[in-house]
Write a protein that binds this ligand. Structure first.
Ligand code: ATP
Ligand code: MG
Length: 361
């Protein structure tokens, strides 16, 4: 029996509600496929931990988490207790950097039974993955202010692109595109306006493309690409982008697929030198926390991505299939949560999906 060690970090708010639902569906899938999961739950990376210790993480967090195959994460952030930039920089961003999770993967798929805000879109019309560079690019802290307080006040902030950093995320994106049926990769750029870093990005894309003759490649300027996401989301399969552009696209994409509540993401260290982290796109949602009505699908879908990463594509597909089956029943046939126009609870929808995992052929 294959065994995997998973660190579970529920975090704050609805994170603590959707994680149990996610684990129920994950465990049902593991049972079905003969996988053994060793799960350890940690209370750090939460406002409650911060209140007790004045930090988001224990000093030895790195040694603690290093030995796990993956981290299954809920959501962090509770602005009433700890400012968002403190909770984020003190936990999630530490994980990403220390564990070199340089790929941020966000699938965008219009699921059966879910209404897109884009008129006339059907399931199948939207099914693409955004691959975001997660460690460098526009989000550098290099820069500063000069002539402060004078009328010559000037602010500079650098973009940093390294060949290693750009090439490794491009290779990941090309590999992913090569494995998918459409074999189509789109690169987000802005080399007409950003005249040094973005032409370099394009150059590395062209250099990498030579090694993937089977992948159809195109590129769009980020402004045109954002418009295309809304007008023609069916034209995309894998989309690769720098840190900032990827950040924007990976919120726009899920927005086109109906509700934030179903969107998953993965922070991946492809070499597997360090654990990768799987978390829903949504945050802790203080406005609905404690009501038991958060949609658990984003968290459950994360379990599918985690199984895929751990080398179990069939189990991953089975779990995602169970999610699709239940969503397709609609709010009359399944206990869908209010964001999906139903009256179900987090736990009820989680049970229904776990049950479908057990039943479906
Ligand atoms: P971040 O943590 O990234 O800063 P945020 O705090 O701005 O995000 P979220 O916590 O993701 O935002 O919530 C945004 C909105 O979406 C809220 O109104 C919230 O209730 C809703 N929402 C988020 N996740 C879910 C979910 N799983 N089910 C239902 N509604 C959700
Ligand atoms: Mg938040």
């Amino acid at each position: 029996m294959t065994a995997h060690r998973i660190a579970v970090i529920p975090g704050d708010g609805i994170g603590t509600e959707v994680v149990p639902a996610g684990l129920e569906a994950l465990q049902a899938t593991a049972d079905r496929f003969g996988l053994r999961l060793h799960l350890d739950t940690f209370g750090f990376a939460s406002a409650a931990y911060w209140q007790r210790h004045g930090t988001m993480l224990p000093a030895d967090w790195e040694q603690t988490l290093r030995g796990y195959d993956a981290i299954y994460f809920g959501a962090v952030g509770w602005p009433a207790v700890v400012p968002d930039h403190v909770s984020l920089w003190g936990s999630l961003l530490q994980f990403r950097r220390t564990f070199d999770q340089y790929v941020n993967l966000r699938p965008c798929r219009l699921m059966p039974g879910v209404r897109s805000p884009l008129a006339g879109r059907e399931p199948g019309d939207i099914d693409f993955v955004v691959v975001r560079e997660n460690t460098e690019g526009e989000y550098s802290s290099v820069g500063g202010r000069v002539f402060e307080g004078t009328d010559r006040e000037t602010v500079l902030q650098e973009t940093i692109m390294t060949r290693v950093g750009v090439d490794r995320v491009l290779r990941y994106a090309f590999d992913l595109a090569a494995r998918r049926p459409a074999r189509h990769l789109t690169s987000a750029t802005k080399s007409n306006g950003i005249s040094i870093s973005m032409p370099y990005w394009d150059e590395r894309v062209a250099a990498t493309a030579g090694r993937y003759p089977g992948v159809r490649l195109d590129k769009y300027h980020i402004d045109a690409l954002a418009a295309q996401f809304v007008l023609h989301p069916d034209r995309f399969d894998v989309v690769v982008a720098s840190n900032l552009f990827g950040d924007i696209l990976s919120d726009l994409g899920p927005a086109c697929t109906g509700t934030l509540g179903i969107a998953p993401s993965a922070n991946i260290n492809p070499e597997r030198d360090h654990p990768s982290l799987f978390e829903p796109v949504h945050g802790s949602a203080p406005d609905i926390a404690g009501k038991g009505i958060a949609n658990p699908v984003g968290q459950i879908w994360c379990g599918s991505m985690m199984l895929e990463h751990l080398g179990h594509p069939e189990a991953a597909a089975h779990l995602l299939g169970a999610v699709e089956d239940v969503l397709a029943l609609g709010p009359r046939g399944a206990p869908l949560t209010p964001d999906l126009h139903g009256t179900g609870t987090t736990a009820e929808l989680g049970h229904a999906i776990a049950e479908r995992v057990r039943e479906r052929p």
